[in-house]
Design a protein around this ligand. Structure first.
Ligand code: XIL
Length: 361
């Protein structure tokens, strides 16, 4: 498995959300988060991975109770779906779809075209020219969208195609797909997905649009440029997924996020939060202070984006599953709604209150 992504880490900037002195995990009413969210017409969910979902019973039981929607962490990517060109290995994602069916949950698809998590055979094929690359994309879409037509009705067709402002002055991120097909690969992918299944919700998913930093300002501008251009060209696009990988010490502006979501929705796009967690620059300091700051940030972000019209919030793990594949390099330190012992943290309480539309205590 390739090295883990940096989750869009950026140089950390000054003061972030005011660190409120939160009590211990605000004991949300013992109502499942999915029910709390549904009372306001919001879908709450989380990421799962087949490598632990059927083995880590304690966490799986919590996921079954709390989430109305699941998203595959890896099972929907090329690396795991396509061990070789002749093979579609649906076993992992089929297991997630079956789990969801047992627990009255939906599954959103993640992700059809990304610059990462592809095996060498795919990368070599993409170097053989545009005709080969297009044929590869279309065969992948035929196989995956065909197989999951009955069970997955929303896909991140493309993921993270916009360049990181702290790495590039270009609009589009370097990628094997860009090298193979040119900048038109994105339109090609969305048109191909729509052609195969007109009823699908086609989503574009990206990170780095959450905070009040010069980088996020520029990333938001670039993402708007991308999706506005797609709409202007009549490219089928229905929703924007904001990943929500929050950075504990980065500044946050409700006004800037609200304005961004307003502009996205003015294009006729729905908005969802797809990968919520809190990334820490370090994990040495006082845990209570770290949780207080993170919980205040989660509450501010989720409250603001729901108020602005987001329809769903999915967490990138409710708790770090112990079953992470040893081949998976450690991801950055993160704070989540549950701790390693599956106990609710202040982030859980903050999330529950944001979903309820209530302020922090
Ligand atoms: C990450 C997984 O969490 C890691 O385990 C894996 O090694 C790399 O991919 N943005 C995304 C997700 O859209 O698919 C990424 O998931 C995290 C960043």
């Amino acid at each position: 498995m390739p090295a883990a992504r940096d989750f869009g880490r950026r140089p950390l900037l000054g003061a972030g959300a005011a660190a409120l002195a939160l009590p211990a995990a605000a004991q949300a009413p013992d109502e499942p988060l999915r029910a709390t969210a549904a009372r306001r017409g919001i879908t709450f969910g989380c990421v799962v991975h087949s490598r632990w979902l059927h083995r880590n019973r304690a966490l799986a039981d919590i996921v079954a109770r709390e989430a109305a929607m699941l998203v595959p962490e890896g099972d929907g990517k090329w690396w795991e779906l396509r061990p070789d060109e002749a093979t579609f290995d649906f076993s992992g994602l089929d297991g997630i779809v079956a789990f969801a069916a047992r627990h009255n949950q939906t599954v959103r698809g993640h992700t059809l075209v990304w610059d990462f998590a592809m095996r060498d055979w795919t990368l070599r094929a993409l170097e053989e020219g545009p005709a080969r690359a297009q044929a590869l994309m279309e065969a992948h879409f035929d196989g995956v969208l065909g197989h999951y037509a009955p069970s997955i009705r929303d896909w991140d067709v493309a993921n993270e195609v916009v360049a990181d402002p702290w790495k590039s002055d270009e609009l589009l991120k370097e990628s094997p797909w860009l090298r193979a097909l040119g900048p038109g690969y994105i339109d090609l992918a969305y048109r191909a997905a729509r052609r195969r299944d007109p009823g699908l919700t086609l989503t574009y998913n990206d990170y780095g649009c959450e905070h009040d930093t010069a980088y996020d300002d520029e990333k938001r501008r670039r993402v708007l440029t991308l999706v506005r251009g797609m709409k202007d060209r009549g490219v089928p696009l229905d929703a924007l997924g904001l990943q929500g990988h929050l950075h504990r010490d980065a500044a946050f502006s409700a006004a800037k996020l609200t304005e961004f979501v307003r502009e996205v929705r003015a294009l006729g796009l729905r908005v969802i939060v797809t990968e919520l967690d809190v990334i820490e620059p370090e994990a040495q300091s006082d845990l209570a202070a770290r949780y207080a700051r993170s919980a205040a940030l989660v509450h501010a972000f989720v409250s603001t984006i729901l108020e602005a019209g987001a329809e769903a919030v999915l967490c990138w793990d409710l708790a770090d599953p112990a079953g992470g594949a040893p081949s998976d390099p450690p991801s950055p330190p993160r704070l989540l709604p549950l701790d390693a012992d599956l106990r609710r943290t202040p982030i859980w309480g903050a999330l529950a209150r944001a979903l309820e539309g209530r302020p922090l205590p």
